[in-house]
Structures are given as structure tokens and as C-alpha cells.
Design a protein around this ligand. Structure first.
Ligand code: SF4
Ligand code: SF4
Length: 370
């Protein structure tokens, strides 16, 4: 397994991390529970193959992920880093959640404790400084080793969060088709943060990688997952890529990729970029994601996100992923409304430098996803 220094934390982290958000589930007494007989051996197999970072969160797997992660790291604690996340806004507050999560994990400390899914709203939050003070106190007391954040906002907001001077690592979205956070990751690394990315290999395959891309680029890989992971690993500003593995074949495949095969070479990277450029140009013609239209919409329609979903569907042929992108609009992490909120006022079209007939296109999107 390839390992790298994790920013200035002093940790050395494996380039593949285990995302414990999709652990295998089963039914027990009419209730969905994690299938521990399958999940724990998966985690152990990953640890045996050199994965030394496991990432959970308060809500993962209906709130059961942390319990199973805690059981899996018994006997491995000196070799495996445990990461989880504070659900900001929870009524129990920072300290209450931390103590509850330590209890669920059955651990004395958490290596990387993230503020979960923060962005500009956190900077503006009236209890921001109170929460940060609680984090610093928990670190002083040894309950957490590092203060981290997971990030869902416009890339430029990441720098403002780092400016707070508290965070030691960041977790954000980054993959072959969604490179918006690339400059922000470079900035984070330059400022000494450890960087982890999610979404490069979802469920063992990239959540959104065109099946013919490797062939088009002439890069010999065994699977889309391999291409996806090798692409992310080729970025020196990414320390670790999380994969939400839920089958042994995924653990085996991904650990071989992150261990023996390694990042795309410079030539392979050029070929993959050339193969994606053509599609990207097509997509850019459609909507550049400049966001100029958004503040003018009286109904907060998430226009660029909707068009991004449409691009994934039409341009990349990624129908399931496109629907997932669309359906996520309006969730806690993806603000705004879907296409059905459009009242056809036309204000957005006055702002669009691409002169996109937004109302007409939104109607198309509604037909497609609605
Ligand atoms: S036309 Fe629709 S999307 Fe555009 S500003 Fe009006 S309500 Fe918003
Ligand atoms: S203004 Fe036009 S190009 Fe920019 S995000 Fe809105 S629809 Fe896309």
C-alpha cells in the first residue's frame, strides 16, 4: 500500500481509505442492520492489505456505522486511524455528540474529528466560535487528535474555512469528472492540511465514469474503478481517496490498485485528459456553472446543478449518476430547488453569458428527471 505524510498532522496515511458509509446491511426483526459478519471481515481484509484510515460519521448506515467500525478496529488501533464527524446543529452540541460517538466507537480518542459538511453557512453560524473552542478543548484533553472538516460548498469557500486557523485536514469531493475542488486541494496542501477525497470510487466503481473512457484513452486498466482511483492518486495534492467498499472483490481490487499499480503515469494522464476534453467542451457549451443566474431566481432553482445532472445524462451517458445528482438537490448539503420550482419568470436568462434558454431546458430536465 502506498502511504504519504498527512499534511502537518504527523500521520502517515494510506492512499486508499475505507469509507464506512455503505457497509453491507441485512434485515433483523424487521429492522435494517449492518451485517457484521460480512462488514467486519471486509474492514479487516482492508487493514491487512495496508489501508490505515477508516472514515465514518454520526449518520452513516442509519447511525450504526461507528459501532461496527469501533468493533472492527479492536486489535488494530495502533495501526489504523479512525475518522468520524460531528453533525453540526445536533441538539446535543459538540461535546455531547463527541462523547456519544466515543461511546459508540468504544474508543478513548478519535484521530480526525470532522465538522460535517460545512461551508459558508458555518462561517456565518452564530455558534461558530463556541464550537471551535469546544473542539480545541477536546483536542487538549486528548479526546480527538486532529480537528478536521468535510466540505460541501463552492471551492473558494474552502480557503476561508482554512483561514480560521484551526483545521488540520479536509475531506471533499473530487473525481475525474468533478475537478472543481482541484485548486482548493492544492491550496489546502500548501497550507499544511491533510487532504482526503470522497467520491472517486463509489461502491467499488466511480460514481460516474463513462465505461468506454479507458478504451478511448488507450489506457490499459482492469476496471473503471482502477482508472478512477489511479486518476485521483496521480494528483499529489490528494493524500487519501476514500472508497465506500461493501464487497470483498472491491477491497481486493482497490488495494491492488493503490498498492501495486499506483497512479496514472504522466502519459496516461495526458491521454485521459484528452479523451475527456472533447466531452467536457460539449458540456461547457451547455452550461459553464458560472452561477451568475442563481441569485436572480426568486425560487432558488439550483440551475447549474440541474444542468450538471443533465450533462451527466446526455453528454456522459451516466444515467443513474445523473439522477442521483438531480435527486440530491434540496438535501442538507445541496441547497436550492429542483426544476419544478421554476415559475418561468425569465430573470435568469437575462444573466446567462451562454444565452441558454434556461426555461426551456429546465422543462426538458423536468421531463427527464421529474
Ligand atoms: S425562469 Fe425559473 S429558474 Fe429562471 S429565474 Fe425564473 S423561476 Fe428561476
Ligand atoms: S448563468 Fe448560464 S452558464 Fe452560468 S450557471 Fe446559469 S445557466 Fe449556467
Amino acid at each position: 500500500m502506498q502511504c504519504v505524510p498527512f499534511g502537518n498532522t504527523g500521520m502517515t496515511i494510506s492512499r486508499l481509505g475505507f469509507g464506512a458509509m455503505r457497509l453491507p446491511m441485512t434485515e433483523l426483526n424487521d429492522r435494517r442492520v449492518i451485517d457484521e459478519d460480512v462488514a467486519v471481515p471486509l474492514l479487516h481484509s482492508a487493514f491487512e492489505r495496508g489501508v490505515n484510515y477508516v472514515d465514518s460519521a454520526y449518520f452513516y448506515c442509519d447511525g450504526q456505522s461507528e459501532v461496527v467500525v469501533g468493533r472492527a478496529v479492536k486489535g488494530w488501533r495502533d495501526r489504523v486511524y479512525v475518522s468520524t464527524k460531528f453533525p453540526v446543529g445536533n441538539e446535543n452540541g459538540y461535546r455531547g455528540c463527541l462523547e456519544e460517538q466515543l461511546g459508540k466507537l468504544d474508543l478513548d480518542y478519535i484521530d480526525c474529528y470532522h465538522f460535517h459538511g460545512i461551508g459558508q453557512w458555518f462561517l456565518d453560524h452564530e455558534k461558530r466560535d463556541e464550537m471551535l473552542a469546544a473542539a480545541l478543548r477536546a483536542k487538549e484533553e486528548g479526546l480527538i487528535r486532529h480537528i478536521s472538516f468535510s466540505f460541501h460548498d463552492k471551492p473558494e469557500v474552502m480557503a476561508k474555512l482554512i483561514d480560521l486557523g484551526v483545521f488540520e485536514s479536509v475531506l471533499c469531493q473530487y473525481n475525474l469528472l468533478d475537478r472543481a475542488n482541484e485548486p482548493a486541494l492544492a491550496d489546502a496542501r500548501a497550507r499544511g492540511l491533510g487532504t482526503v477525497v470522497m467520491g472517486p470510487v463509489g461502491g467499488g466503481r466511480l460514481a460516474g465514469l463513462p465505461p468506454d473512457l479507458a478504451a478511448k484513452a488507450g489506457v490499459a486498466v482492469h476496471s473503471s474503478a482502477e482508472l478512477a482511483l489511479r486518476f485521483v492518486m496521480a494528483n499529489p495534492n490528494v493524500c487519501c481517496a476514500l472508497s465506500g467498499m461493501n464487497a470483498m472483490a472491491q477491497v481486493e481490487g482497490n488495494t491492488v490498485t493503490a498498492g501495486n499499480v499506483g497512479p496514472l503515469t504522466a502519459d496516461e494522464l495526458d491521454a485521459v485528459n484528452a479523451a475527456t476534453d472533447e466531452n467536457r467542451r460539449l458540456a461547457d457549451l451547455y452550461c459553464t456553472g458560472c452561477n451568475y443566474c442563481v441569485p436572480h431566481c426568486p425560487n432558488e432553482v439550483a440551475i447549474p446543478r440541474i444542468f450538471s445532472a443533465m450533462n451527466h445524462d446526455r453528454v456522459w451517458g451516466l444515467h443513474d449518476h445523473a439522477r442521483h445528482l438531480y435527486n440530491s438537490i434540496g438535501s442538507r448539503h445541496v441547497p436550492g430547488n429542483k426544476a419544478d420550482a421554476c415559475v418561468e419568470c425569465g430573470k435568469c436568462e437575462e444573466e446567462c453569458p451562454q444565452h441558454i434558454p434556461i426555461r426551456e431546458q429546465l422543462a426538458e430536465c423536468l421531463k427527464q428527471f421529474g
